[in-house]
Design a protein. Structure first.
Length: 205
């Protein structure tokens, strides 16, 4: 059965990445939604830009993706589309274990690896080149940024930004709404809402 066409909310860099990942996965994209009326009627990557109120388009026979990088904005937009069907986008150049569970609206980009037992909530971004090792859990509307690495059994809460190139040690946890700075190394649990940066100092022991 052919997958239904996609409607993508957003026209920024993340949305354009989604268009190309969808096309690589053999999905057709019928429209990109933008609130900026100056964009309406234009095309991006050959896809028409439509008016930005998603509720005007819910009658279409399509699946949705909220291609907005900001976690809270993504959650807000998804809540406004409750009842619509959300796609799960998986770039063909990624490895997703058959035992991994990916929620509705997840976006899994090229060069990623999701290992056995991984569980992703809804509207999670696993960005280019990130790896998620065995039995990790990632909560709703979190973003594992480009080149980040989660070792086994890491627990990431909801609405977490886990920054570009950051690493989490096996078994670490990051609470809801936390931000992990680019390049950080998480070796201790990070509480909800905290911003954590840095990698500590390597020393002999
Ligand atoms: C940590 C972070 C959230 C801080 O953002 P911010 O509050 O706007 O911080 P600023 O840029 O004003 O920097 C404040 C200070 O923190 C330092 N800092 C910022 N980011 C840092 C990082 N990742 N690691 C170490 N120090 C950092 C700055 O050098 C600056 O230090 P100074 O006051 O001594 O000059 C942000 O820099 C970051 O790393 N975000 C992740 C972005 C990302 O990976 N996005 C995903 C794209 S796919």
């Amino acid at each position: 059965m052919t997958a239904p066409p996609l409607l993508i909310v957003g026209t920024g860099g993340h949305a354009r990445e989604c268009v190309e990942a969808a096309q690589a996965a053999g999905r057709s994209v019928t429209g990109l939604l933008d609130q900026d009326s100056a964009m309406w009627g234009k095309t991006l990557l050959g896809v028409p830009v439509l008016s930005g109120d998603p509720t005007e388009h819910t009658a279409r026979d399509a699946e949705w993706l909220i291609a907005v990088g900001n976690n809270d904005a993504r959650a807000r937009l998804a809540a406004g589309l409750e009842g619509c069907a959300f796609a799960t986008l998986i770039h063909p150049f990624s490895w997703v274990s058959p035992s991994a569970v990916t929620g509705d609206g997840c976006m899994i980009f090229a060069g990623t690896v999701l290992q056995t037992g991984v569980r992703l909530g809804r509207h999670v971004i696993i960005n280019t080149g990130a790896t998620v090792s065995h039995d990790c859990q990632v909560g709703d509307c979190s973003h594992i940024a480009v080149g980040a690495h989660l070792a086994g059994n890491v627990g990431i809460g909801a609405h977490v930004l886990f920054g570009a190139g950051a690493v989490a040690r096996h078994g670490a946890s990051v609470g809801d709404g936390a931000t992990i700075g680019a390049g950080a190394v998480v070796v201790h649990d990070i509480a909800a809402g905290v911003t954590a940066v840095g990698s500590g100092v390597a020393r002999p022991r």
